[in-house]
Design a protein around this ligand. Structure first.
Ligand SMILES: NC(=O)c1ccc[n+]([C@@H]2O[C@H](COP(=O)([O-])OP(=O)(O)OC[C@H]3O[C@@H](n4cnc5c(N)ncnc54)[C@H](O)[C@@H]3O)[C@@H](O)[C@H]2O)c1
Length: 451
């Protein structure tokens, strides 16, 4: 039997073992989905703490129900986690969901993907399907991953036992390489991993066929494209589309503020148009692990093609300035009460980058807190989902109580995240001054300043 026939047979009989590399916001829900479908899943983690938690059935991702994780770990024994990469040889498919952050020079930090590829090359068995899900720049799969995996597979005892000349594995026959971007939207109750269509681009037709058969176990709809670089560009397009539109509405919000026009009312009216308009909402800036980072990924590759992304630059520039504009809003609000930021008690409500989740990565709230503290504001925060934070400038805070006393003590309460848990009437009743950056206070009054 060929490698292709072997893996397709296993998939057809639910006998395949799926390895998920990186068990974070993306990897763990995917692992649970496969395990719920009755597939044996091995999760590979560099963090011993996370691997131990999973093996005890302890959940740390908000989008997964605790009972479901316990069921697949403890009852059906379909999911286990390990820090031992040599166990990759037990897997028929290896799906990578490791971080792709930026380094301190805002350049793509591909070290996690590189490390995963080294582990794969050295440990996978012949006939493995490999797919990257992490956000990255177009060409990563073919130009960055493939050479590492092929080179490292020369040190793989399973490759060399088959090929004594130490040629290693060859893509298309010994393994298949694909890119299938994760589209998870943490906190979204309607769309989750299973019912969000998945785009799949592989380096060969066989890779697409195998990838589709595999992913259909965990995801309802697969949209196939002609190459990994197309699927890589799809992911960047989706996130850049959001970036540009959020930037546009943020810019219009700032102008509207100057012109005494309520931007929220404008958007509500514009979206009555049944075609050609999609509503985006202003806010204190963009956050999370994707939208603020993706333009830098695209820029990295565009530079190699001597191409200037002028529109994306402009969009990024507007968004980067938003926290500073928000600080000016806060200072103006305090000024209206004859107070200065310097020495004022400032309570920020919400540090998560979006509502109802526990993720503060790249959150604009942290930057506004830094700017305010830098100007002498006495900063505190409350977030029902995040008990402590460290800001970009290294300031550490524990979440304060949200009570009538803490609200009354604050010279200014800043609504930075629209968590559903926030009782706006209670906040409004007990606060001296509110700066609402999320349109949470519907009925304004003299002590409410809105973006
Ligand atoms: N969080 C989101 O909403 C989201 C949405 C779509 C795409 N993405 C993308 O998916 C990727 C993963 O994001 P995330 O939010 O799940 O990150 P995360 O930090 O929550 O999880 C990544 C996990 O990978 C582990 N890890 C790192 N290197 C490893 C290695 N070599 N081997 C095994 N484990 C390793 C880390 O310990 C961590 O637990 C990123 O590229 C991100 O941009 C994230």
């Amino acid at each position: 039997m060929t490698n292709k026939e072997t893996i397709l047979n296993k998939i057809a009989q639910n006998q395949e073992v799926v390895g998920i590399i990186g068990l974070g916001y993306v990897g763990l829900p995917l692992a649970v989905n496969f395990a719920e479908a009755g597939i044996k899943v091995i999760g590979f983690e560099k963090s011993q703490e996370k691997a131990d938690m999973i093996n005890h059935g302890d959940n740390y991702i908000g989008d997964i129900r605790d009972a479901v994780l316990r069921e697949v770990v403890v009852d059906t024994l379909k999911l286990e986690a390990t820090t031992d990469e040599t166990r990759m040889k037990e897997c028929d498919a290896l799906i990578i969901a490791v971080p792709t952050p930026l380094d301190k020079f805002r350049k793509p930090d591909m070290s996690y993907v590189e490390s995963a590829c080294i582990d794969i090359g050295r440990n996978m068995k012949p006939g493995t399907f490999v797919s990257l899900e992490s956000t990255t720049y177009p060409t990563t799969t073919e130009d960055f991953m493939l050479p590492i995996i092929e080179e490292q597979s020369k040190h793989n005892p399973l490759a060399n036992s088959q090929q004594p000349t130490a040629k290693g594995f060859v893509e298309g026959t010994d393994f298949w390489l694909a890119y299938s971007p994760e589209r998870v939207d943490p906190g979204n109750k309607q769309f989750h991993t299973r019912n969000t269509p998945k785009v799949l681009g592989a380096m060969s037709d066989d890779g697409v066929e195998i990838g589709e058969a595999l992913y259909l176990k965990a995801i309802d709809n697969i949209h196939k494209v002609s190459s990994p670089r197309v699927s890589e560009m799809v992911k960047i397009l989706e996130n850049t589309y959001r970036l540009v539109n959020i930037s546009l509405i943020n810019e219009l919000a700032l102008l509207s503020g100057k012109m005494d026009i309520n931007i929220w009312e404008v958007i509500d009216a514009a979206k009555t148009k049944p075609f050609g308009f999609q509503a985006f909402y202003p806010g204190p800036g963009i956050g999370g692990h994707c939208i603020p980072l993706d333009p830098f990924y695209l820029e990295h590759i565009a530079k190699k093609y001597d191409f200037d992304l002028s529109m994306i630059h402009a969009a990024g520039h507007i968004n980067m300035r938003m926290p500073h504009y928000m600080y000016i809003k806060i200072a103006t609000a305090l000024n209206s009460q004859k107070k200065a930021v310097n020495g004022s008690n400032m309570l920020f409500l919400g540090v998560a980058y979006k509502p109802n989740i526990n993720d503060e990565r790249e959150s604009p709230a942290l930057e506004i807190m830094d700017i305010t503290a830098h100007k002498g504001g006495v900063v505190s925060y409350h977030d029902p989902y995040i008990s402590k934070v460290k800001t970009n400038e290294g300031r550490k805070f524990n979440s304060a109580d949200l009570s009538s006393e803490s609200l009354a003590k604050a010279d200014c309460v800043v609504l930075t995240t629209n968590h559903k848990d926030f009782d706006i009437d209670f906040i409004k009743k007990n606060s001296k001054l509110i700066v609402d950056l999320r349109n949470m206070v519907i009925e304004g009054s003299d002590n409410v300043f809105k973006l």
